[in-house]
Design a protein around this ligand. Structure first.
Ligand code: NAD
Length: 347
């Protein structure tokens, strides 16, 4: 395989293949850019169909982290780790220590953290062999509530831009996924007077939302076609695709899920339909902003994290205004802004 010719290879600074026979560790760490600071991004444990799929994933995700960190105004570059295999069979303390040694060998060029199938407990084991770990319990902790705050403020910015006022009372929001971020977001939306229409695969959390937040529950398939102002994807990636766009009545898409657009061309499709899209990596940066303060040399401070997360409102508003002036999709404009920040680093 010609790695340098891969579509997803974007002049990544470093791609490291790590293996350890004794524990079964097979991992790839990609450092996309350290132009703004040490690369930061989580580690995902996934049973990829083959090693090429893992490489594609880590190349894309690490590049995404560079853009996310740049747009969040952080002094951090972008990186990501993937551990290949079935976490249910492979997870062990020794495997995480072997992964930690690989992270440590990068000498601080990459800070790792939790991502899919990796818990704060797993990262505590990684932390036994390296200091280059973030998002630990007892420090910045669970990023979910910070991501929810940023997403809430992003929804307010989008409503202000599209509908003229950021008062959410009476605004109808369809929320797909009531997990760590989605439920916390719903609490804020409810407190602000928004009307919630929700879906999830977990009946217990839906019942809680009905009781506590006066939410209306709809089926997984019906969430897109709701007569609402805002559709908020807070579960899986790729939920914005040709089928869902055809059904959407919302004029705004603003949620915390990563990789919301099934294909990059859907950005233009949304513009053509008059739907305002809050680029996912800009609106969902609250968690990484919180984690960043754990990596910075100064002691972690939750109040500082909160005030930095509040900037998401203004960053998104800037994206919306610029995209409108240029008549370009918001995702494309956010990418251009991120690239400009990285290109100007150190100048
Ligand atoms: P989570 O696992 O806590 O919650 C996901 C929720 O989605 C669960 O309640 C799950 O039951 C539900 N769900 C699963 N499949 C669904 C479906 N088909 N339809 C509707 N609901 C479904 O995850 P989270 O931490 O809340 O993250 C949510 C999304 O936000 C993910 O895409 C994640 O990558 C992204 N994100 C999270 C953070 C963070 O700080 N946690 C930061 C940035 C981005």
């Amino acid at each position: 395989m010609a790695i340098f010719d891969l579509v997803d290879f974007d002049n990544h600074e470093q791609v490291v293949y790590c293996s350890d026979d004794a524990t079964g560790l097979k991992a790839i760490i990609a450092v996309h850019s350290t132009a703004l600071g040490p690369a930061a991004g989580g580690c995902r444990f996934w049973d990829y169909v083959n090693d090429e799929a893992a490489l594609t994933d880590v190349l894309r995700l690490s590049k995404g982290m560079t853009y996310k960190n740049a747009m969040a105004g952080l002094k951090l570059g972008g990186g990501k780790g993937v551990i290949i295999g079935n976490p249910r069979h492979l997870k062990s303390d020794d495997l995480f220590k072997a992964y930690g040694k690989a992270v440590n060998n990068l000498g601080g060029r990459y800070y790792t953290a939790e991502d899919v199938n990796i818990t704060t407990g797993d990262m505590a084991i990684v932390n036994q062999v390296t200091d280059y770990v973030s998002g630990l319990e007892g420090k910045s902790g669970n990023p979910g509530p910070f991501t929810a705050l940023g997403t809430f403020l992003g929804i307010k910015a989008a409503v202000k831009f599209k509908l003229g006022s950021d008062d959410l009372s009476g605004i109808k929001v369809a929320v797909q996924g009531l997990g760590s971020v989605g439920y916390s977001l719903c609490e804020r939306l409810h407190a602000a007077g928004a009307k919630l229409i929700v879906t999830d695969i977990n009946q217990e959390i839906l019942d809680k939302a009905v009781t506590e937040l006066d939410a209306t529950v709809v089926s997984l398939d019906d969430i897109y076609k709701q007569d609402v102002e805002v559709f908020s994807p807070c579960a899986l990636g790729a939920s914005i695709n040709d089928d869902s766009i055809a059904e959407l009545k919302a004029v705004i898409i603003a949620g915390c899920a990563n990789n919301q657009l099934a294909e990059s061309r859907h950005d233009q499709v949304l513009l053509d339909k008059g739907i305002l899209y809050a680029p996912d990596y800009v609106i969902n940066a609250g968690g990484i902003i919180n984690v960043a303060l754990e990596i910075y040399p100064e002691p972690y401070c939750a109040d500082k994290a909160t005030s930095l997360v509040e900037n998401i409102y203004h960053t998104l508003m800037n994206v919306f205004v610029t995209a409108n002036e240029k008549n370009l999709p918001t995702g494309k404009v956010a990418d251009e802004m991120a690239r400009a920040i990285i290109a100007n680093a150190g100048k």
